[in-house]
Design a protein around this ligand. Structure first.
Ligand code: FAD
Length: 655
């Protein structure tokens, strides 16, 4: 179910948002700076954990704004949305409210790497996030721009170590105290916008950058290393000016799958969903890009951009002579605009118009807002702990694009974790971590803090070694109990629901295993199912469910007395059955590593020539540190569980 109808926003704004001036001298547990995807999740999570929280953002009406594409989820990113939802975050439910075209990507592959995705109505997404935040207990939201972080002088016994004590606002007059501060300034830290040969200060079109004072505090006062990255966005196109009959129609899934574990259906009815359209670039597009290169200063710079979401200029220059996909996507139910995904560009506006008119459906298209690029500072994330706290500054947490990531989902995931930890730290509770073996969020954070970034980081399923266990369908089983029992960021309603689901799935699996029949009896019971000959003459219901052509519904109709009460979980049970052997193996490997903690690693081992699958990066770390035991290797930053398994296998064989 969708939890509630949205209240009228204006009635919420006045009682909850306060004038900044009234807050001077006030002590908060947590201050979150920035109301983007990281900041909103951070503020909501901190308040859920029990902290008196203040969210300060430049403009309240841009809270929940989708700066670039109007979509959520996808391959790898959809897993993050499911995990944020399992920890009671906002973005999954917001996606279910605002989605206008739902599809599961990667369906040809196994369900572990399916990518739940939705095209969103921008306004509805914003409304939902604002409504949730402005009605969250213990959370105050104010408009303002943070100029400076307040920190203590370094501790003489621990040089370079500070403690955050609050923030100062841009006009210099208002200082607000807090035990923890979460910085989520996105693309705004020393942000510059680029279009053609014009550069102007800005974090996003229409929004000023973060003040230089904030970068100064981070670099000069706290001594943090920063770098510079870039990204860009396409022009928005007037829908009526596009001939969509010349593009390929792409329909959504007929049954939209909600992101949230609390929802059984989406706000948009199946028949109300809007289509997307696919078209391709022509040689004319490449010609326009090449002819205008000297007028395009963003593309001429060395700053690294998002490799997996490249601009049309980068695509054309990297793959000359190719035709590139362009998706024409709706921006909302009542919006007159289309979002041309794949056409991020930074050339002058008149050339942008020339370029898009080289694509057949857009021969007469009009541009509503030109594309542009943004360059911004990020803080090298290896300076953070796995709780996303700056190692040298007690109480300062960073999340989102400021840590070198790109994407709403990556930002939301970090925001939730940083916010929960900031609250725990402020309330004198120990911080908590998520491992690579239990979540994509753990993979994301571990990659950031142990390896750092050299280009904008985005999530892929290939980054998760144990992806067969970290599936979108089971994020609630993996994370909701931990979120309630250990972190405190999950409501008891959601926790109770996750226990009900867990117990029912367990009962259903037991019932399936109890159906223990000979192959011939199975064939009699399910004549339509092509059960190929197996070595075993006895099969359980669970064995049978692992066959491609066998569904839970078939088994339930053959054995209604033991299975029909679990029909609600038919798809989840099918996926559980298919992945059970892989997951059991993963579990055994993880347990084996834990058992072999004290196994000695030979000190003369030549890690560079070891004949096992280890990345160059892992070999270098092992060679440099030379851990004495397997347990010590496991705890090294940058060493993945898969690397430890390979190392363990090698040492066991050669012993
Ligand atoms: P943001 O969503 O940027 O939010 C930052 C918030 O902090 C804003 O609300 C801002 O007002 C506030 N703020 C900043 N400084 C201060 C301050 N000093 N005081 C108070 N408030 C402050 N992602 C992709 O995955 N693919 C893309 O192709 C892509 N293209 C992009 C193109 C552009 C032009 C932009 C701007 C972003 C693009 N993104 C893209 C990135 C995507 O928007 C971000 O990854 C995501 O929004 C990051 O979330 P965040 O919360 O870290 O920061």
């Amino acid at each position: 179910m969708l939890r509630k109808k949205l209240p009228f926003l204006h009635s919420l704004l006045s009682p909850v948002s306060r004038h900044v001036g009234n807050l001077t001298g006030h002590q908060y547990d947590v201050i979150v700076v920035g109301g983007g995807h990281a900041g909103t999740e951070a503020a909501a999570a901190a308040a859920r954990v029990g902290a008196e929280t203040l969210l300060i953002t430049q403009k309240i009406h841009t809270i929940g704004a989708l700066s670039c594409n109007p979509s959520l989820g996808g391959v790898g990113k959809g897993q993050l949305v499911k995990e944020v939802d399992a920890l009671d975050g906002l973005c999954g439910r917001a996606g279910d409210w605002a989605g206008i075209h739902f599809s599961i990507l990667n369906r040809r592959k196994g369900p572990a790497v399916w990518g739940p995705r939705a095209q969103l109505d921008r306004q509805r997404y914003r409304d939902f996030i604002q409504s949730e935040l402005l009605s969250t207990p213990r959370l105050t939201v104010v408009e303002g721009s943070v100029e400076e972080l307040l920190v203590t002088e370094p501790n003489p016994e621990e040089p370079g170590h500070h403690r955050v004590t609050g923030i100062r606002l841009a006009n210099g007059s208002h200082a607000i105290s807090a035990r923890s501060v979460v910085l989520t300034t996105g693309t705004f830290l020393s942000g510059s916008l680029f279009m053609g040969q014009t550069t102007s200060p800005g974090g996003r079109i229409g929004d000023a950058p973060s003040s230089a004072g904030l970068s100064h505090t981070l670099r000069e006062r706290l001594g943090l290393r920063t770098g510079r990255l870039r990204t860009g966005t396409p022009p928005r196109i007037v829908k009526d000016s596009v001939d969509l009959s010349l593009a390929k129609l792409h329909l959504p899934d007929s049954h939209p799958t909600p992101f949230s574990f609390l929802n059984t259906h989406t706000h948009c009815k199946p028949e109300e969903q809007l289509p997307c359209y696919l078209t391709f670039t022509t040689p004319g597009v490449e010609r326009v890009v090449r002819e205008s290169l000297q007028l395009n200063c963003h593309i001429q710079q060395d700053t690294k951009g998002p490799r997996y979401c490249p601009s049309i200029e980068s695509r054309v220059l990297r793959f000359p002579g190719r035709s590139h996909q362009v998706w024409l996507e709706p921006e909302g139910v009542t919006s007159d605009l289309l979002y041309p995904q794949g056409l991020s560009m930074t050339m002058p506006p008149d050339i942008q118009l020339r370029l898009i008119r080289e694509i057949p459906p857009m021969r007469r298209a009009e541009i509503h807002t030109p594309g542009y690029g943004v360059q911004y500072d990020f803080v090298c994330p290896t300076q953070l702990s796995p709780a996303l706290q700056v190692k040298s500054t007690q109480g300062l947490f960073l999340a989102g694009q400021i840590n070198g990531t790109t994407g709403y989902e990556e930002a939301a995931a970090q925001g939730l974790w940083a916010g929960a930890n900031a609250a725990r730290s402020a309330l004198s509770m120990p911080t908590v971590t998520l491992s690579r073996t239990e979540s994509y969020i753990g993979v994301l954070i571990d990659d950031l803090v142990s390896r750092g970034v050299t280009e904008p980081y985005r999530m892929f399923t290939s980054r998760a070694e144990f992806r067969t266990s970290l599936r979108p369908d089971n994020a609630d089983l993996r994370l909701t109990p931990k979120g309630f029992e250990e972190v405190g960021c999950v409501s008891s309603v959601r926790y109770q629901e996750s226990l009900r689901v867990r117990n029912s799935l367990q009962d259903a699996l037991t019932a399936l295993q109890a159906l223990f029949l000979s192959t011939s009896r199975w064939k009699k019971k399910l004549p339509s199912v092509p059960i190929s000959e197996t070595k075993s003459t006895l099969l359980t219901g669970l064995d049978l469910l692992q066959y491609n052509d066998v569904t839970f519904e078939m088994l339930a109709s053959a054995f209604p007395e033991s299975l029909s009460s679990f029909m609600e979980f038919a798809q989840r049970l099918k996926i559980e059955a298919v992945y059970k052997p892989h997951c059991d193996l993963n579990k055994k490997e993880i347990e084996r590593i834990q058992r072999e903690e004290n196994m000695s690693l030979p000190q003369d081992i030549d890690y560079f020539s070891l004949p096992v699958s280890l990345s160059d990066e892992v070999r270098e770390i092992l060679d440099r540190v030379r851990p004495s035991t397997l347990g010590a290797a496991t705890r090294l930053e940058g060493i993945t569980p898969a690397a430890v398994v390979n190392l363990l296998n090698y040492v066991r064989v050669t012993e």
